[in-house]
Every structure is written in C-alpha cells, then in structure tokens.
Design a protein around this ligand. Structure first.
Ligand code: UDP
Length: 372
C-alpha cells in the first residue's frame, strides 16, 4: 500500500464511515479504515439475533434530524421506516409520557388539579414551547412551584444521578435540556421532520457506505500499528486524549452496561423504551422488536446501567460536558491544530455529545472544508 497516497480513517462508526465514503466516492481517493473492534458501525452496531430480532448492541439508536443535507445523504444508503420514538416513564408506578407534557399532567394528578395546572401553564408559557427543567423551576405561583418540584424530583433528580453520578444542577444545562418540559400534547420524544430506523439496520448503512473499491477495511486493528506511517491524511474518531497518549490527563466519560434478557413471551413492556426515573438501579429498559416491527414469539430486552468509564474495563459512551473537561479537551485541540493533515471528529474525537445526525453533519462539513 502506498501510504502517502492513502487516507487513514481511525474508527468505522458513523463519523469514520461518512468521511471515508466521501473521500472515496467524491474524490476517488484511497482510504484505509481501521477499527479495533471486530465489527463496523461503532456504537450504532446492530444485528439480527437467532429470533430474527434486530438488536442494538450498545443501546437504542433512533435516527432523527431536521437537516436536509444529512437526510439526503443517508437516504442514498437506506430507506427508513416511519417509527416515531416515544418514551414511557414509570412515575411511582404510573406509566406516563416523557418528556413531561400536558398528557402527563392528566396521568399523574386528579383531573381538576391537572386542568388548573394546564391553565396556569398556558398563562405563563406559549403552547408547544419546550422549557428546560432548570428554567422551569423558576416559578412564582405556588401550584407551578409544586409542579416544577414534582417534575424535578420524579423525572430528573434520580435519573440524572443514576446516569451522570451527579445531580441535575451539576451537569451541563444542555444535557437535561435534551429532555425538556414540553407545553404540548405531542407525546413524541423528538419533533424533527425526519425520523425513523434504517430498514435493514444501522450496520447495513455503514456497510454500504464502505462498499467502495477505493476503501479497504481492517477490523481488530489498532491505530498503534499505523501511527508512524506517513499517510496523506489521518481522520481520527477515537478519543483525542488517547491519540496524544494522555499527555495532559484523561478525558472523563460515562459508560453504560446493558444486561440483555430473552423472554418467552411476545412483548415484555408496552413500548420500545421505558424509563425508570424513580426506582431501580437501571435507568431504562429497551425492547428491541418495536423498532422495526420484528415478529417473534420471543422478545429481547436490555436493562441499562450507567457507570463511570474506566480504560480497559468498559467503553466510552458519553463525553461529560463540564467546564473543566472542555478546558482539558481544548488543550488537546491546541496540540491537534499544530499537526498537519490530521483531523479529529465524532463524539470522541470532538468530545461532543453528538446525536447520529450531528455526527454525520460534522463529517460532511469536514469533508467540504477539505475540498475548499
Ligand atoms: N433525563 C432524565 N430523566 C429522564 C430522561 C432524561 O433526567 O427520564 C435527563 C438525564 O440527565 C439524561 C438527559 O436528560 O442524561 C438526556 O436524556 P436523553 O434521553 O436525551 O439521553 P440519551 O438517550 O442520549 O442517553
């Protein structure tokens, strides 16, 4: 292989696959893409199990975007079904909707009280607006103060403590704002124009992106093997601190542990994703057959337990948005800028809590920048 004529892409998740695909397809350049795992698609990896159920090995992935460019790009590789994600939360034994919305009010409170709260909320907020919980807590009215405390306590406090190891006001406001209080009767988790699950799964999408004569894929392959080679460009989607041998210290991450169970019944729960913000050690339970409407007499679920990331023990899932972590990341970014033809991208490379569409967009925009 002529390394100086080849692009090296480290990591075959969405970020790596998109940049590899664009370099190979649009510029006709050679790409070597490596991944230390034994499969492609990174944490979006999914597969059909022996029951014919599409399992997301690393937790549920639900595609949603308002971005036309991302949508058009991905549609080259797959059709999406029309699945619209809803999340059920069990609050003191009552199944209701998350994000907290007007329908939730009527599920958890006596009807006359719910009506009063709805009216008061409409006096203060525009209908169909989304209010982050930390903002929602700033209420003067006693009823609304009570409601804000209820939502904080029942939906955010314990879930966030389980998920991040700290209270909601100790994580970056943008994290809890992902799940706002929604002044609406729309029970969907996302309101994006385009949403769905790829018809043949996420792994197939990545496989099709990499199916190009200019791309060579090597799995079970560590970057260390290629570090000293002189590539045309390097695109690194691993954690940026690892690239620099942790010279300024380790960037912290949250990890997740999924405990899978197969049950001899058609369905386990009423919905693909059920959150447990008040009880248990797990945060939520995923039931996979809902996503693509898979038919089987059995069902597979995963209970999700959040934990600290420890090198060598588990995987990186979530960067932890926090000033001191951003400062550490910025130190690495400075180092990165001094390198020629080395680019960092993806959740780990950019140390950003990207959803799939944002990771795809970042890779497309990086490609456009290189072409300029
Ligand atoms: N969250 C919560 N209770 C819930 C759902 C979410 O407190 O029932 C908070 C929690 O801090 C979580 C964040 O909102 O980490 C973002 O949730 P999201 O579902 O977007 O997280 P992801 O699916 O990316 O893990």
């Amino acid at each position: 292989m002529e390394y100086s004529e080849t692009n090296l892409v480290v990591g075959a998740g969405f970020s790596g696959a998109v940049i590899a695909n664009l370099l190979a397809d649009r510029l006709g350049e050679r790409v070597l893409i490596i991944d230390k795992k034994d499969h492609i698609a990174g944490n979006c990896y999914d597969f059909r199990d022996e029951n014919g159920i599409m399992i997301h090995k690393y937790g549920s992935h639900i595609f949603h975007t308002n971005n036309e460019k991302v949508w058009k790009y991905l549609k080259q590789f797959t059709d999406f079904n029309t699945y619209m994600h809803k999340v059920i939360g069990v609050l003191d034994g009552i199944e209701t909707h998350i994000p907290f919305n007007f329908n939730t009010l009527y599920d958890v409170f006596p009807q006359s009280f719910a009506r009063r709260l709805e009216q008061k909320l409409l006096d203060v907020f525009e209908i169909n607006t989304k209010v982050p919980i930390l903002e929602f807590q700033k209420q003067d009215d006693d009823d609304l103060k009570f409601l804000a405390n209820y939502v904080y306590e029942k939906i955010f406090l314990h879930y966030t403590t389980k998920q991040w190891g700290v209270k909601p006001d100790e994580v970056d406001g943008a994290v809890t704002a992902r799940v706002p209080v929604y002044l609406s009767k729309d029970n969907r988790y996302f309101q994006d124009k385009y949403q769905g699950i790829p018809q043949d799964g996420y792994t197939k999408v990545v496989e099709r992106m990499l199916d190009n004569e200019n791309i060579e894929l090597r799995l079970n392959t560590d970057f260390q093997e290629y570090k000293t080679k002189n590539f045309k460009r390097i695109f690194y989607t691993g954690s940026i601190d690892e690239f620099f041998d942790y010279e300024f210290g380790k960037l912290p991450y949250r990890s997740v542990n999924f405990k899978f169970e197969t049950h001899n019944r058609e369905y386990y729960q009423s919905n693909a994703c059920v959150n447990y913000p008040c009880n248990y050690d797990f945060t939520r339970i995923h039931e996979y057959k809902y996503y693509l409407g898979d038919k089987s007499e059995k069902t597979v679920i995963a209970k999700e337990y959040s934990e600290e990331f420890e090198l060598g023990k588990n995987e990186r899932y979530y960067p932890i948005p926090k000033d001191e972590n951003t400062a550490l990341y910025n130190k690495y970014l400075q180092e990165a800028k001094a390198l020629k033809n080395v680019y960092f991208l993806g959740r780990l490379g950019d140390y950003k809590y990207y959803d799939i569409d944002k990771a795809v967009l970042r890779a497309i925009e990086l490609f456009e920048e290189i072409c300029r």
